[in-house]
Write a protein that binds this ligand. Structure first.
Ligand SMILES: *[C@@H]1O[C@H](CO)[C@@H](O)[C@H](O)[C@H]1NC(C)=O
Ligand SMILES: *[C@@H]1O[C@H](CO)[C@@H](O)[C@H](O)[C@H]1NC(C)=O
Length: 688
């Protein structure tokens, strides 16, 4: 069965793509950071589902994906002999199908032959264009249609999710949107008969900025055409079908805990409704992303993290009437010290799949600069993710400065190494002097701090490439009142930065060499926060982020002002309490790259519990506020972009990163729950 199915899928993948979007004349290279993403690599694995305490499980774990890129959110194809999954190989999320190895030996063989060139041996199921996130794939039982989430079509309103459910007929490539326009859907699941699809949707109310607890309801509609859409279950996400009338899902209940729930649904003339809803997992631990299968009646798998455990594991719960909700650990005996996510059960009920860090020594070498496909690239500009934050290019394009965790580094932008640590404390933002070679401005001190916290603007001179002792640092501000985000003028004379010295964060300009000692001029003034400034290459404008439209609200928009203080205007705002930050001018000064929640969230946050927030994508806009374009499509947090005229060839640039700390991420603080009755160890950590 695998062969004809694969053939049909490959044929579908070759279909022509729609016309490319309009080109921009700006050119160059945009580099940005994705919080944490380059520090982990997921593969999809499986274990026998059979809850046997004596199962020599370690020997039975199979790796189902090839150790290339990040592979996640797997699902078995109907015949269980192939696996569907999401992968970011080749610089953009796409869906793939590959045969399931039938034995551990076969899995090991396919793993040992993996290398970056293996990326070329497996073809995506969907065309590359338009660039979009594709997520949570399933196939109809006859294997003819792929049902998935895509962000290919922009939402009509800013700050609305672009995520919607589509189905693609694999033999023809004919694609149909199943989600109504103006609505978002996440995490679709096709019923065992294929007739119905369930999905989690924030409904017409859309997204109002939630990160921690995205409220969705479960809608059910016909897989064929999206018709007969009806609200089946209020307050739930990540549906999974056990049979035609039983859906498992997760919900964060009023006690703060995510739990797995079961709903019996009934199809009536008007639509589908839940006849009963029952909580399966008790309070006291989080259990989410449930998985059920007609092949495993009476069983449901979920991702859980038990009290006292540092790791999330896959557990199976016996929910049959005589099972008394007994729990069986699936993954902990096999890989106790790694997080496991988003289980799925094979149609025959024999195996449970999940994704986890693939561990050391497998797959690609870590990347310093990972090429990311974007609309228009590489014809107009190339786009890269860097393993670090606040990247900026030297003006000859040869070096990149960026912030590590902690410290500040400079590397050669062509991947030839040359890594130097130029500062070892906490620094944020980097920008290079236009005239004096090897001078980088940054701010040192704590980030996200109050107006009065000591943070200073400094200029670091790199000196001689090969000699650490020639690095020198000059402090440009005095008094330390949260001075940050320096950006130099192209004539080399001035530096604009933000300071909290008046009690509010506003913009100021100082002499680039003498700093504040040479005098200081105030550029903006008011009881709000102006920050993250960037001076245009033509010298005419300073772009910055500000909450002046709603001081203290947490909402930021991008504004511009001439360096002489005239011409203030707002360029882009994602609306309401939206967040739009970190502007950086294009080389021709005619557009800006920035990060924003303009496209809301692209997945259920709890399906990525190691990402701090599931929004934050990279966009460009013309400086008159027109022509907003989304460059990144993923459910990660993308930020701190910068833009250089230097065109970096679109290819990945590897570097040996230190293995320690990779994959050692924490859950997000938003999974902590404040419950005095709970022991301390249930506070899962502050970062992720
Ligand atoms: C990578 O994407 C390009 C299109 O951008 C395509 O031509 C190429 O075949 C892809 N490579 C693989 C291995 O899929
Ligand atoms: C301020 O600077 C802008 C841009 O350089 C210029 O067009 C304008 O005339 C200047 N205004 C004043 C009052 O100097």
């Amino acid at each position: 069965m695998a062969t004809p199915l694969l053939a049909a899928l490959l044929a579908a993948a070759l279909l022509a793509s729609p016309a490319a979007p309009a080109a921009s004349a700006s050119g160059g290279t945009i580099v940005f950071t994705t919080l944490g993403r380059s520090r982990y690599e997921f593969d999809i694995f499986s274990l026998p589902l059979a809850p046997s305490p004596h199962n020599p499980a370690a020997a039975a774990e199979l790796r189902l994906t090839d150790g290339v890129s990040v592979n996640y959110n797997g699902n078995f194809a109907p015949a269980s002999d192939s696996i569907l999954f999401v992968s970011e190989r080749n610089g953009s999320l796409n869906l793939y199908l590959s045969p399931v190895p039938s034995s551990r030996r076969e899995a090991l063989e396919s793993a040992s032959s993996s290398s970056s060139s293996a990326a070329a041996t497996i073809s995506p199921l969907l065309p590359w264009e338009p660039i979009a996130l594709k997520d949570r794939p399933s196939l109809t039982p006859d294997g003819s249609r792929l049902v998935y989430v895509s962000t290919a079509v922009p939402a009509a309103e800013p700050r609305s999710s672009w995520a919607a459910v589509y189905s693609t007929e694999l033999s023809t490539g004919r694609t149909r949107r199943l989600t109504p326009l103006g609505v978002a859907d996440f995490s679709p699941a096709v019923s065992p008969s294929g007739e119905w699809t369930a999905a989690a949707s924030p409904g017409a109310a859309g997204w109002s900025g939630e990160v921690e607890d995205l409220r969705t309801d479960i809608y059910v509609f016909r897989t064929a055409d999206g018709s007969r859409r009806s609200l089946a279950i209020r307050d739930g996400g990540w549906p999974s079908w056990a049979d035609e009338t039983t859906v498992f899902f997760h919900r964060r209940d009023s006690d703060g805990w995510y739990g797995v729930y079961r709903a019996e649904i009934s199809v009536t003339g008007d639509g589908v409704e839940a006849a009963s809803v029952e909580r399966i997992t008790p309070p006291g631990f989080h259990a989410f992303t449930p998985a059920a299968s007609p092949g495993a009646p009476g069983l449901v798998a979920g991702a859980t993290r038990l009290a006292g455990s540092d790791y999330r594991h896959i557990e199976v719960i016996d929910v049959s009437s005589d099972g008394k909700n007994a729990y069986f650990e699936v993954t902990r005996p096999v890989a106790p010290r790694v997080h496991h996510f988003n289980p799925f059960i094979s149609p025959d009920g024999a195996r449970v799949g999940y994704h986890r860090c693939r561990g050391r020594g497998n797959g690609d070498s870590p990347l310093l600069l990972e090429n990311i496909k974007s609309p228009g690239s590489p014809d107009t500009f190339s786009l890269f993710r860097i393993d670090g934050s606040f990247p900026s290019f030297s003006h000859d394009g040869k070096k990149i400065a960026f912030v590590g965790l902690p410290g500040m580094y400079v590397v050669n932008s062509d991947g030839s190494g040359g890594r130097r640590k130029i500062f070892s404390g906490n620094a944020f933002s980097t920008s290079w002097d236009w005239k004096r070679k090897g001078v980088v401005y940054t701010s040192i001190g704590p980030d996200f701090a109050s107006e009065t916290t000591e943070v200073d603007v400094v200029a670091i001179s790199l000196g001689d490439d090969d000699d650490e002792s020639t690095i020198s640092m000059k402090k440009l501000t005095v008094g330390g009142e949260n001075n940050a985000f320096p950006s130099p003028s192209p004539d080399g004379k001035w530096v604009v930065f933000r300071s909290g010295r008046s009690g509010n964060k506003n913009l100021y300009i100082i002499d680039a060499e003498d700093g504040e000692a040479g005098g200081i001029r105030r550029l903006t003034e008011g009881p709000w926060s102006d920050t993250m400034c960037n001076w245009s290459p033509d010298g005419e404008w300073i772009a910055f982020a500000s909450d002046r439209h709603a001081p203290g609200s947490g909402s930021f928009a991008i504004y511009m002002v001439h360096p002489n203080g005239t011409g203030l205007r707002r360029v882009v705002h994602s609306g309401g309490s939206g967040r739009t930050n970190h502007p950086w001018f294009s080389p021709d000064s005619k557009s800006l790259v920035f990060t924003s929640d303009y496209a809301a969230v692209s997945a259920e946050p709890v399906s990525n519990p190691h990402h701090y927030q599931p929004y934050g994508e990279i966009f460009t806009v013309d400086i008159d506020g027109s022509n907003i374009r989304r460059l990144t499509h993923n459910s990660f947090e993308d930020g701190t972009p910068s833009w250089t005229p230097y065109f970096l060839e679109p290819r990945d640039v590897g570097e040996t990163l230190q293995a320690s700390g990779r994959c050692a991420f924490q859950d997000c603080h938003w999974l902590n729950i404040q419950d005095a009755a709970q022991p301390e160890e249930l506070n899962y950590g502050k970062s992720c």
